[in-house]
Design a protein around this ligand. Structure first.
Ligand code: PEP
Ligand code: MG
Length: 314
């Protein structure tokens, strides 16, 4: 029955009662864009630009970056492409950015903080993106990773807009940003929740440490509470709230996220059909009931079981 249901749905994402939920793909390279461009999606919800820089010993030039971003955007003409500025540092070091040695790199200079340490690197990237956006027919949105404060969001938005970019957002992956989502959104056009890092920082567990995996779980009620705050802030502001972490690819969690106020889900391409089918099978009331049950649960296991019963998955 599962496969029949999956085969029956295609096109833009929506709940059973017609609320749109934009379904997007996560990519990292021009090659990924070429492969995922033709598939049935509403665009890209996360282009991890640091993947285009990995292995380079010197910073790619403005022209080189413009050409790469243009090649990606060309695959998605008429669709949205959300590009994340460099999220180097911590688990993703880049040889041409000397960040020194840090005791706790996950709490150090990474994400948007790179832009403060290396302002020219961020400026060049924003200029390259603006040029690529002008040259192609894709709807370019640009966001910063690892934003903690309103001042950081405002500073990034100002830089991006000065560069000519019009849709500017931030990732919500630090609890401080989730708690202040309404204030961040006042500076921004959209936000996208990175549940991988949000889980890491909420439960204070290293995402690279396999032994602590049970704590690194987006089903943790505390993580869902933070997502609910962001969803409510987005609804109040009438702005888009995405999820682009691994959580978005879980067909049981997807209705919960929608019930919490998330309006788009971005995932690896193979996960898309099952998430699309799961959403098409539940109406908005059921998504909200699922969200309430997951937040009321004592732990991730109980939450998943309660939600599975509500949405009729086994
Ligand atoms: C996240 O943290 O959830 C995310 C999407 O970013 P990354 O996995 O690249 O850190
Ligand atoms: Mg992240």
């Amino acid at each position: 029955a599962g496969t029949a249901r999956i085969a029956a749905v295609s096109g833009p994402g929506h709940t059973a009662d017609g609320t749109p939920v934009r379904l997007l793909v996560n990519i990292g390279t021009v090659d990924d864009a070429t492969k995922t461009g033709p598939i049935d999606s509403e665009g890209v919800g996360l282009l991890r630009t640091e993947f285009m820089y990995l292995g380079k010993t010197s910073e790619p030039s403005l022209d080189e970056q413009t050409a790469s971003y243009t090649a990606v955007l060309e695959q998605f003409a008429g669709r949205r492409v959300v590009v994340r500025t460099l999220d180097a540092g911590s688990d993703k070091p880049l040889p041409f950015l000397d960040l020194g040695t840090e005791e706790n790199p996950a709490l150090g200079v990474r994400g948007l903080r790179i832009g403060t340490a290396f302002p020219q690197t961020l400026a060049t990237q924003l200029t390259a993106l603006a040029r690529a956006g002008e040259a192609t027919g894709a709807e370019l949105w640009v966001m910063a990773p690892m934003v903690a404060t309103v001042d950081e969001a405002a500073g990034f938005a100002a830089l991006a807009r000065e560069s000519g970019l019009t849709q500017v957002g931030a990732m919500i992956e630090i609890p401080a940003a989730a708690l202040r989502a309404a204030d961040l959104l006042a500076q921004l056009d959209f936000v996208s929740i990175g549940t991988n890092d949000l889980s890491q920082y909420t439960c204070a567990v290293d995402r690279l440490a396999g032994g602590l995996a049970q704590l690194l779980d987006p089903w943790q009620p505390a993580v869902l509470d933070l997502i609910a705050m962001v969803g409510a802030a987005g609804a109040a502001a009438g702005k888009s709230v995405g999820v682009c972490g691994e959580a978005a690819s879980d067909p049981t969690l997807a209705p919960v996220l929608v019930g919490l106020g998330v309006t788009s889900l971005s995932m690896s391409a193979p996960a898309l059909p099952a998430v699309r089918a799961a959403l098409a099978a539940v109406d908005m009331q059921r998504c909200q009931d699922a969200a309430d049950a997951a937040r009321a649960a004592r732990n991730p296991q109980a939450g998943r079981a309660a939600v599975a019963a509500i949405i009729g998955r086994t």
